[in-house]
Design a protein around this ligand. Structure first.
Ligand code: ADP
Ligand code: MG
Length: 395
């Protein structure tokens, strides 16, 4: 690994130099339209500052999972167009490939304060393979490396791992700094009481973070389909609900561990149920009255109030995972209410997870949280205490 110059981006010499900026522009798209540009906006502070300082900016990102070959449906071209609108200045040059003569040509034609976006890094299999040769081709495009792609920091892929190690000058962007600062505070020095709200689809997806949280928090409020597994593990009849029957023992272990540590692990006391996931309306039932032919698809109003008491009292609040099947309006209330309660709380509040952040955006509450993480998997791995390759490679 090339030894890094030990400096902050603020002190870097970027004027007139080509700066490779790894961003996370992996945005949700439908028919070529960007449906949520949160991640693009989140990178703007670093992009704008570098342009203002006269850098020749080379942006790179992945989009989706194209499996190492070009897929027009996963082109970053619409992102280039959208970025140009957000920047309100000049154009965003676009390269047909992230490496090779075409890319070199576009990048070498950049003048100070101009920006190019490379085509999807994952159109080349070298990216996910963390291939050194692919990294060397990318390296030819710039003099300085900056990583602002927190959402990709948990993957040892070429653009975030092999590539930065080839640069002597490698820096963290502002977004990455902000993410690390907010999550580190929760991870290492949370103000107490520390309340975590965890939901979403599966216990198995989030086992690592559940285990890490049980050792640190004062209360753990569980919702979503994940709560079904905990409820079933405690002997509650869950009808047709989504339950991970191979995780009942895991859930029981977590319940025991919480008890031993004096952590209040709360499960729903009432639920919104429906006959199937597309049910047009919900019925609220006591947790012990889930009808055999129904599924629990959201937490109920009494649960929201119980959880809210702890949320209000929390000095630190971490939320990951929706409280129900919020994509269906009939089962969105629990998630939306929890979003509102956390947003209104006085504690230091952090939300992470792709679907949870989508819910926060839908509720229009993005600015009411202390921090909204752009990283789903990355934020969870950070909270688990794992070292993220993309951060380690900058050291
Ligand atoms: P995040 O992306 O925020 O980490 P997850 O991906 O873990 O969240 O979980 C989100 C998914 O879980 C959503 O698609 C949501 O519909 C689903 N979900 C939550 N609660 C339930 C439930 N009770 N039954 C079925 N699906 C649920
Ligand atoms: Mg998700």
């Amino acid at each position: 690994m090339t030894e890094a110059v030990n400096a902050a981006l603020e002190d870097a010499e970027v004027s007139g130099r080509r700066v490779f900026l790894r961003v996370d522009f992996n945005v949700p798209m439908r028919d070529g339209d960007i449906t949520d540009d949160t991640r693009i906006r989140a990178a703007l502070p670093t992009v704008q500052e570098l342009l203002r300082r006269g850098a020749r900016l080379v942006l790179a990102s992945h989009l989706g999972r194209p499996k190492g070959e070009a897929d027009p449906a996963l082109s970053l071209e619409p992102v280039a167009a959208h970025l140009a609108k957000l920047l309100e200045r000049g154009e965003v040059h676009f390269t047909d490939s992230c490496v090779g003569d075409g890319a070199k040509h576009v990048v070498h034609a950049l003048r100070d304060g101009q920006v190019a976006l490379l085509e999807n890094l994952r159109f080349h299999e070298g990216e996910t393979a963390n291939d050194e040769r692919f990294a060397k081709e990318l390296q030819l495009l710039a003099d300085v490396y900056v990583n602002d792609a927190f959402g990709a920091a948990h993957r040892a892929h070429a653009s975030v791992d092999a590539l930065p190690r080839l640069f002597r000058e490698r820096y963290m962007g502002h977004l990455m700094h902000k993410e690390v600062a907010a999550l580190s505070q929760l991870r290492h020095r949370p103000d107490k009481p520390y309340v975590a709200i965890v939901g979403g689809a599966k216990v198995s997806d989030k086992l690592g973070v559940l285990e890490a949280l049980v050792d640190r928090v004062d209360s753990l409020l569980v919702g979503g389909a994940m709560a079904n597994t905990f409820l079933a593990a405690s002997g509650t009849e869950m009808g047709k609900s989504l339950v991970e029957s191979d995780r009942l023992a895991t859930a029981r272990n977590l319940l025991t561990r919480a008890k031993e540590r004096g952590v209040r692990l709360l499960l729903p006391v009432d639920l919104r149920v429906g006959g199937h996931t597309e049910a047009p309306s919900a019925k609220v039932v006591d947790v012990n009255d889930v009808p055999p032919d129904h599924m629990a698809l959201d937490i109920g109003p009494r649960t929201v109030e119980t959880y809210d008491e702890l949320i209000r009292a929390g000095a630190s609040i971490f939320w990951n995972g929706p409280m129900g099947l919020f994509e269906n309006e009939a089962f969105a209330q629990g998630t939306m209410e929890v979003a509102r309660r956390v947003a209104a709380a006085r504690g230091f509040s952090v939300v992470g997870g792709g679907d949870s952040v989508a819910a926060v955006n839908r509720a229009g509450l993005f600015d009411s949280f202390s921090h909204v993480s752009t990283g789903g998997g990355a934020s969870l791995e950070f909270m688990e205490g794992r070292t993220l390759p993309g951060i380690e490679a900058l050291a």
